[in-house]
Design a protein around this ligand. Structure first.
Ligand SMILES: *Cc1c(COP(=O)(O)O)cnc(C)c1O
Length: 388
């Protein structure tokens, strides 16, 4: 039987997850009311340093809920980096508004603050800052930009729980932030999401729309179109247990990054790799360890790793290259070549708590081996793919 691949991600359920789920079960609170929901919302808000957190059923609807609560709709434009996961733009499209795709910064891999202004039009209503792979965007700078141009600012923090920039945790900037608790994220509830905000009126609006728009004072009275975007108490039970250990889980990922870096950095110049940029001013949570390699070697490297029992992921395809968003009105004639280069050159290596240092060393050694072989036999398609 073939040995299973070392996965890219794997949840760490080694705390009180099972115990809390059993409690929710035995108490009979398995739907979207219950003490774990209240506790998860309260403790997540505290973790992010905000007053309000609204749990919902995934990260995509968390973002949709924010946009819906802002009243964003047809005729509006929302600025989104082209290089992101599809959900960041899909949530905009669900409202009938148009996502306007923005160029990336080749160093941070996040949206390039210098390239937002060129995408503005009189219809621009909001800007979504996505903290990719655990690195926070420069939020003080983006808040100032949003103020200057009268834009609502949203954080898509699905990949960056706990990251810190400008002395604050993500989730506490702009009008609101969305988080995901999908199974491969930094903390998980299976499927799940959260919105955080500092604005009490906005929080009330989010709660209303999450629960079908029902008037909290009058049962079955609906003034607005709402949604059923609630989280279950069972999912929240898992979330409470995950949150108890979030600092340890983040610390573990930072150690994994250090360990990969230690093994790979000595070879970076020789093989033209780019490792995650180090910035002492930010607290990067390294959701997935990522690196860039020359474009014509990326897919060969991934195939070689797979053959050696190591799974990996390519970077996202920039959204303007995907059939669903290829329509020119999303990006106009703007040059998005940095986003394209990122999409063609990046990959994510296994990053999860249970990964031990010997395994990290052997994954890194396999990466180095692929490039060593390329040097001696420059045609990877012939010589590398049939390696032992
Ligand atoms: C995972 C993710 C989402 C969506 O989260 P789901 O919980 O899968 O709906 C949104 N944005 C980004 C950047 C993500 O990585």
């Amino acid at each position: 039987m073939p040995t299973p691949l070392i996965p890219v991600a794997e949840p760490d359920l080694g705390g009180r997850e099972q115990e809390y789920v059993n409690q929710a079960m035995s108490e009979g609170w398995i739907s979207s009311t219950g003490r774990f929901i209240d506790r998860f919302e309260q403790e997540f808000a505290e973790f992010c340093g905000v007053d309000h957190a609204i749990a919902c059923c995934n990260g995509t609807v968390a973002l949709h809920l924010i946009l819906a609560a802002m009243g964003i709709g047809p005729g509006d434009e929302v600025l989104v980096p082209s290089f992101t996961y599809i959900a960041s733009a899909n949530a905009v499209a669900y409202t009938g508004a148009t996502p306007i795709l923005v160029e990336s910064d080749p160093i941070t891999w996040n949206l390039d603050p210098q390239r937002i202004e060129e995408a503005l039009t009189p219809r621009s209503k909001a800007l979504i800052a996505v903290h990719l792979y655990g690195r926070p965007c420069p939020m003080a700078e983006l808040e100032a930009f949003a103020d200057r141009h009268n834009l609502l600012l949203i954080e898509d923090a699905a990949e960056a729980h706990g990251a810190i920039v400008d002395q604050r945790r993500v989730g506490g900037f702009g009008q609101a932030a969305s988080f995901s608790f999908y199974g491969n994220k930094l903390i998980t509830t299976g499927e799940g999401g959260m919105v955080t905000t500092r604005d009490p009126d906005f929080a009330r609006r989010l709660r209303l729309l999450r629960g079908q728009g029902m008037d909290p004072e009058r049962r079955y009275w609906f003034a607005d179109l709402g949604y059923n975007y609630r989280m279950t108490n069972l999912a929240a039970a898992i979330g409470c247990a995950q949150l108890e250990r979030i600092d340890t889980l983040i610390e573990r990922r930072r150690q994994i990054e250090q360990s990969y870096r230690q093994h790979l950095e000595p070879h970076a110049d020789r093989f033209q790799w780019q490792l995650p940029h180090q910035d002492p001013e930010i607290f990067h949570v390294h959701w997935l360890f990522s690196m860039r390699v020359p474009a014509d070697q990326r897919d060969g490297l991934m195939a070689f790793l797979r053959q050696r029992g190591i799974d990996s992921r390519p970077f996202f395809h920039p959204l303007h290259t995907l059939p669903v968003y290829e329509d020119a009105r999303y990006h106009g004639n703007r040059n998005l070549s940095q986003a394209e280069t990122l999409g063609n050159t990046g990959l994510n290596l296994p990053t999860f708590s249970a990964l031990d240092s010997a395994t990290i060393a052997s994954i890194a050694a396999t990466v180095v081996e692929y490039f060593d072989r390329l040097e001696s036999k420059p045609d990877p398609s012939v010589h590398v793919v049939d390696a032992p």
